[in-house]
Design a protein. Structure first.
Length: 292
């Protein structure tokens, strides 16, 4: 007799605005119809990594389903980083940049089908000052917005920044940065520097047209000015790579030093002001089931 498959289901009960009771019942119903046993764990914010690893070792699940935002996905990936297991993503956070980047559908049945059955892509991460970044981190204007809006209902993603003329008018002076990358030293003035393992912010705005999440490299995107003309180009998908306003470097590691401490965020979470950042690619950090 065939043994029943077991999936571990990790759900963040407080992320985003999705009704978790509803998603729980949808997952349980779907699993039942597929003959899959589900073990559910709700995150508490206290030693979740340990708890997830313990459940993984106890049940040896065939997959781990994750309902939450990028922070929850990252936590689960770190908990099982030495295990060979596929993560099925159910986007349910306030920051769902990863699912936007992977072009996930919005229909829950399609999402469940992907999470339960689809093949996986091995995704890199970027280590920045010892912290792991799943898709997009930055210093400058957007990080300042993340700080300002982190506690409000409008999360401070660049889409909000891009519509927020007032914020642009109040923006700090450009900062000077020295970037050591690919054997060269680049001196530049910038409004914002993005460290990108992927292409898009959670709002769907493409900031790094050359990004691939599984190529063993990340990009440094330097935005030298952020006037309304440049912003409207970025928002409409016409990133000007030929005017000198934007520079992109693909690399495996880099060092960035700024003239003054600058606001810094990782995957939508504010990390204070920094003037020294060291970063390197972490290849093939997790397997994620993706749309075909």
């Amino acid at each position: 007799m065939e043994t029943t498959k077991t999936y571990l289901f990790v759900v963040n009960p407080i992320s985003g605005d999705l009704d978790k009771a509803e998603i729980l019942s949808q997952v349980e119903t779907f699993a039942k119809s597929e003959g899959i046993a589900i073990t559910t764990y709700e995150t508490t914010g206290n030693e979740d990594e340990k708890a997830v690893l313990a459940l993984y070792e106890q049940h040896k699940p065939d997959r781990i389903l994750v309902a939450g935002g990028d922070g929850t996905i990252k936590m689960v990936a770190e908990a099982v980083e030495h295990q060979d297991v596929i993560l099925g993503i159910l986007p349910a956070g306030s920051a769902n940049g990863l699912s936007v980047d992977l072009n996930f559908p919005t229909d829950i049945d399609e999402i469940l089908n992907i999470a339960f059955h689809n093949e996986a892509m091995e995704i890199d991460m970027v280590c920045i000052n010892g912290e792991k970044s799943l898709h997009l981190s930055d210093i400058g204007l957007n990080a300042n917005l993340v700080k300002n809006y982190e506690n409000s209902s409008v999360r401070g993603k660049i889409g909000y920044a891009l519509q927020s003329i007032a914020t642009l008018q109040e923006q700090d002076d450009p900062f000077s940065a020295t970037i050591e990358v690919n054997g060269q030293t680049v001196e530049t003035e910038a409004r914002m520097i993005v460290f990108a393992n992927s292409q898009k912010y959670g709002t769907g705005v493409t900031i790094n047209p050359v990004g691939k999440m599984d190529d063993g490299k990340f990009e440094i995107v330097i935005l030298k000015n952020l006037d309304l003309v440049l912003i409207s180009k970025i928002v409409t998908g016409n990133m000007p790579l030929d005017t000198g306003e934007v520079e992109i470097f693909s690399t495996e590691k880099a060092k960035v030093t700024t003239s003054v401490p600058v606001h810094f965020q990782i995957d939508g979470e504010y990390f204070g002001e920094e003037s020294n950042l060291e970063m390197s690619i972490l290849p093939k950090q997790m397997k994620v089931a993706i749309p075909k």
